[in-house]
Design a protein around this ligand. Structure first.
Ligand code: ADP
Length: 611
């Protein structure tokens, strides 16, 4: 990451902090001030007390120094603890807040980003940071805490020893010890060593970043295997296919990899912190030598001697903290970059503004005009020069073998993806121009991989907390699941699955499909699309469900998709897909007569299984 990118990451994180809680700044500043001042108080007063003891030995003055020292330490320690606690609370809340920012960003992103590999990589990396590193803010504030506390320690220590240093300039060049030369040597050496410490910190930062990235990946793999047997949905396959041993082996291997990598990070951390500590000791040693020389030459009183010793410790520590900054900055900005990437990834889709005309007669015509499409990041066209018209009230079927582009056609229709070339129009206007949410409200789709959620049935079907109970039961009825719901202990309020509720209901695959159909009916949109949600059923059941569903659809425009031709026989208008194109169109009777056509070929191939 370049320096500018790091700054951009910090800017991004501060903008989030500002939005959430600006009061973190005064709390942090007070905490850093206390951290820098507290260790210097006893140093300062010890020097004063020593001076008094070897000087006037006035008991009153000694008591005053003692009392002042105690009071100041108590006050600053009090504020230090208070601000420590307040800071912890604020970081906790910030952690919750960034989780919210992440989730809001994910649910509002274009669907196609959820299938994008790079975006998914950032999401996975951020999830590890969120769970494993207390999110982005903890490290960032740690970084600033170290940096500013280090600076303040340095500054206050220099102020404390300032008068003694000034004394060194009362030039007495009679000997090397009393001249200003030792001070110059000290200053030049400290700056030089401080510079080396920053360089070492920088190298350490790069190594740590690499180690952390790999650690995060390994942690993701370990989490997967750790959670695998805990998910009850995996329980059946694990037992039936006797996968216990393989899973535990995978889990142990991933834990071992994680442990080895963690150890490597710790070793590396220990190595670099030891090196930095040695340099810190060298700085302290130089200060001690300087003070000893000056005291020996009679330039420092014993008080200044004590003061210098105490302050030199803080100066060396301050330099060490500053030396560490590039490491923490590198790690912190790396973590921030994941969330920044997720939040700032622009929406790919054009979000239109045109309202969709509300029509009671549902006169909405959709037309695909010369549409071609390839998935982002791929070269192969899935649909090529595709033309189709969905007329009001039409009940249409789309058939074709797996992989011929049927679902892709529906994804484009729903604007989950936008076309690569050509256009799709609604009542003659490009669908990109319509307000996306309004446009989507026209469509009700049940996909093959539809999802039900671990919430009450009613919320699953209505996707809302408030709903029309009568309409809900009407939809249960039409979907053929009303009796089953009425038998459940909490009726429509029964929670499905056991993720959150131990009384959660396990439903069969067929029941899940019926609930998904009820959801499509409840939305009451002018277009309803069934994209093989029943493909796991036998052909006769699929045919029955499609036909039954069709009887409730009324004057809505309906599209039925299946790779099984028998399921869609009842439709007068059947589109036959092959390799991303419509190769035939017509009713079953018309299509089956063309013995050279794709439909006939598929029909004869499939019908032998039904006879
Ligand atoms: P069908 O519904 O007829 O079975 P699909 O529309 O699902 O076919 O798939 C058509 C082709 O598009 C397949 O070759 C499939 O591999 C490819 N495809 C589907 N989804 C993606 C995706 N997200 N990225 C890249 N290729 C995809």
């Amino acid at each position: 990451m370049t320096f500018k990118e790091k700054i951009d990451c910090l800017r991004f994180a501060f903008a989030l902090c500002n939005k959430f809680d600006k009061s973190i700044y005064p709390v942090a500043v007070l905490k850093w001030l206390c951290n820098a001042i507290v260790p210097l108080i006893p140093t300062f007063f010890s020097a004063k007390i020593v001076d008094e003891l070897v000087g006037a030995r006035d008991v009153k003055v000694l008591i005053i120094y003692g009392v002042f020292m105690a009071v100041l330490i108590a006050v600053f320690e009090f504020f230090r603890h208070l601000t420590d606690r307040a800071m912890e609370d604020k970081l906790e809340l910030l952690h919750i807040y960034e989780g919210k920012v992440f989730e809001e960003s994910i649910v509002n992103k274009d669907y196609e980003l959820l299938e994008d590999v790079d975006f998914q990589t950032a999401v996975k990396a951020y999830k590890v940071v969120y769970q494993n590193n207390y999110g982005i803010f903890y490290n960032m504030w740690f970084f600033f805490g170290n940096f500013i506390t280090g600076m303040l320690s340095l500054l206050f220590s220099l102020i404390l020893v300032g008068p003694s240093i000034i004394k060194c300039f009362e030039i007495d060049n009679s000997s090397f010890l009393t001249s200003y030369k030792p001070l110059v040597i000290l200053a030049v050496s400290v700056v030089f060593i401080g510079f080396i410490m920053i360089l070492i910190g920088n190298k350490y930062s790069k190594i740590m970043n690499g180690l952390t990235l790999k650690f995060n990946t390994l942690f993701g793999i370990f989490s997967y295997w750790y959670n695998f047997p805990l998910k009850y949905q995996n329980g059946k396959e694990i037992r039936i296919y006797n996968a216990q041993e393989a899973i535990l082996k995978k889990r142990n291997e991933s834990l071992n990899d994680l442990y080895m990598w963690d150890k490597k990070s710790f070793d590396s951390q220990a190595k670099y912190t030891s090196i930095l500590m040695v340099f810190q000791m060298i700085i302290m040693g130089m200060f001690y030598l300087f003070v000893a020389i000056k005291a020996y030459a009679g330039m420092f009183g014993i008080g200044s001697f004590v003061l210098f010793l105490g302050a030199s410790l803080q100066i060396a520590e301050g330099i060490n903290l500053i030396g560490n900054i590039s490491t923490i900055l590198g790690m912190s900005t790396q973590h921030i970059s994941y969330l920044k990437r997720i939040v700032e990834t622009p929406q790919r889709k054009h979000i239109g503004t045109l309202p969709v005309e509300k029509r009671n007669d549902n006169r909405y015509d959709i037309e695909f005009k010369n549409v071609s499409f390839k998935y982002p990041g791929t070269d192969e066209y899935i649909l090529k020069n595709f033309n189709a018209r969905l007329e009001i009230g039409q009940h249409m079927a789309v058939v074709g073998k797996n992989g011929s582009g049927k679902t892709t056609f529906i994804k484009l229709l729903c604007r989950l993806y936008d076309v690569t070339d050509g256009e799709i129009t609604l009542n003659g206007i490009n669908i990109k121009k319509y307000d996306l949410k309004e446009y989507m409200s026209l469509l009700s789709v049940v996909f093959q991989d539809f999802q039900l959620f671990s919430v009450p049935l009613a919320q699953n079907v209505t996707t809302s907390l408030e709903y029309d109970k009568e309409k809900l039961y009407d939809c249960f009825d039409k979907a053929g699941i009303k009796d089953r719901v009425e038998q459940m202990h909490d009726k429509e309020n029964s929670v499905i699955y056991k993720d959150f509720d131990e009384n959660g209901i396990e439903i069969s695959g067929g029941e899940a499909q019926k609930l998904a159909l009820a959801r499509a009916l409840y939305k009451d949109a002018p277009f309803v699309i069934l994209d093989e949600p029943t493909s796991a059923l036998d052909p006769i059941s699929e045919f029955e469900i499609y036909q039954r569903f069709n009887s409730f659809v009324g004057d809505k425009t309906a599209i039925y998709i299946s790779h099984r031709l028998s399921s869609c026989r009842f439709c007068n208008n059947i589109l036959v897909f092959d390799d991303g194109r419509i190769v035939q169109q017509g009713s079953h009777d018309e299509l089956v007569q063309n013995t050279d056509g794709k439909y006939y070929q598929l029909w004869t191939a499939q019908s032998q299984y039904y006879i």
